[in-house]
Design a protein around this ligand. Sequence first.
Ligand code: 2P0
Length: 325
Amino acid sequence: MTNKSTARAHTNIALIKYWGKANQELIIPTNDSLSLTLDQFYTDTTVEFDANLNGDQLVLNNQLITGKMATKTSAFLDLIRNMASIDTPAKITSINHVPTAAGLASSASAFAALAAAGSDAAGLALSRTELSRLARRGSGSATRSIFGGFAEWIAGDSDANSYAQPFQENVTMDIQMLTVVVDATEKKIGSRAGMQHALSTSPFFKTWVTESAKDLVTIKEAIKRADFATIGEIAENNALQMHAINLSAKPGFTYFNGATIQLLNIVQELRQQGIPAYATMDAGPNVKIISQSTDTETISNAIKSVFPTVTLEVAKPGPGISFLN
Ligand code: 2P0
């Protein structure tokens, strides 16, 4: 048995959002979702099982980590240890190439890389479907990061049938995410608490689930025919619907700040000028602009005229999980 393995996983941004859990312990979502894996942002993780250790050891970006994150990582490794019938502690070394200032969630790439490296180091030869199921137990969005390009998470209704599958791994159309970082501070309401509160209290939650199912059908057809405008329209509207669920919760809340609204206006104005640009937002105020490479400069200039010091990052479709052994 090899006892050490290194894996790389890229982040993903959902075009049809996952927002709500039917089962909180197993992380079974209330609706299917669809995302684009990105090339620019990824996590490299090495797991080494070592009987000489007193307990698990987590080193993230060259820093020894204790507390909540370390506990969550050990709990996740316990799933792997149970599957492999071992009880050996492990050293987990992880480098996050998701710049903290990018305001992009790193839990997707983090748990996808940990699932792959951990299971491989434990001698489990998991299929990508099995890896996707395992990654899901760490963080819902991680289930989609096993695959490259456009990936679809089938909600399912049990641990066995809730996993992602590739929808289109090799993306040939011109599509990118231009990330606008307006706020790099940690969110006040984590996605786990936010989505559960919205599910329990928004009177529109059921509508969110049914509308997302329709959006998924439309966007998949649009992806197949490389219809950029329809992909963008559906994705922007789906994101706004997700955020409307939060506003309509009791009490209502939002991840938006003033800059988010300003950026939404800029994107709308760009469209009025004939530039196909569409916005999507996750559990934070930063805006990801779904756009085409030919328009990067025009869009960047429009943003910089209002936010001169803002950080912009461009990411293209990226690959699924890989091993660096
Ligand atoms: C998504 N997000 O589909 C949605 C849209 C944020 C907004 O998945 O509780 O960190 O660990 O399953 O995956 C972020 O939530 O939540 C997320 P958990 P996760 O990408």
